[in-house]
Design a protein around this ligand. Structure first.
Ligand SMILES: [Mg+2]
Ligand SMILES: [Zn+2]
Length: 207
């Protein structure tokens, strides 16, 4: 009980100094391979959800600099029966808590629980998760926002929404880079922390 109460108070405090989201100051992150270690056999339990400490810190740095952060994640392991929504929620509660403890917040986590053959509109590369983030944050558009991922489909989901794309080499990123397809407009970084360094130093206007 104490624990839950503590988190609630903490998140209210966070919100007090939190800027209103704007598309030009929003970073949308893929989860697996960007925030936490990816696994070819799916991240199926809380024990298997292994965050990159530098990514948690990078999210908090973005928030402290006045950026908003959201997450868009395909989780077809749910449709495949490898884990359930409660387990996914548990992972996301820990993620939110770690980011809060580092001095940041994640405004929304949008996930697709469907499989590739379910015909849904949210599984990346489709843009449904980004539309959900746009609407949840009360934004008119995501034009000028950043979409950061380790797979081509992350960047493809952002393109029709007018997002800039950044590829990180963590997770499947090296493989995505080796394929060399569809990355003409993407900026490429070793990891999320390196992207945030660049963005907070002025991003495209600094190069
Ligand atoms: Mg990924
Ligand atoms: Zn879906």
């Amino acid at each position: 009980m104490f624990h839950v109460k503590h988190c609630a108070i903490h998140s209210i405090k966070q919100r007090w100094n939190h800027a209103m989201p704007s598309p030009e100051r929003l970073v949308i992150l893929d989860r697996d391979g960007v925030i936490n270690q990816d696994s070819d056999s799916y991240v199926k339990s809380l024990d298997e959800w292994l965050p990159y400490p530098s990514a948690i810190e990078a999210i908090a740095r973005l928030c402290r600099a006045g950026w908003s952060v959201a997450v868009a994640t395909n989780q077809s392991g749910i449709a495949r029966g490898y884990f359930d929504i409660d387990t996914l929620d548990a992972m996301h509660r820990v993620l939110m808590r770690l980011v809060n403890q580092a001095g940041g917040q994640i405004d929304h986590i949008a996930y697709c629980p469907h499989g590739p053959d379910d015909g849904c509109k949210c599984r990346k590369p489709l843009p449904g998760l980004l539309e959900e983030i746009r609407d949840t944050l009360g934004l008119e558009t995501l034009k000028g926002s950043w979409m950061v991922g380790d797979s081509l489909r992350d960047l493809q989901a952002g393109e029709p929404m007018g997002c800039h794309g950044a590829l990180v080499k963590t997770g499947k990123g090296e493989k995505t880079l080796a394929k060399g397809v569809g990355l003409d407009n993407a900026v490429i970084f070793d990891d999320l922390s390196a992207f945030v360094d660049w963005l907070l130093a002025g991003g495209q206007s600094s190069t």
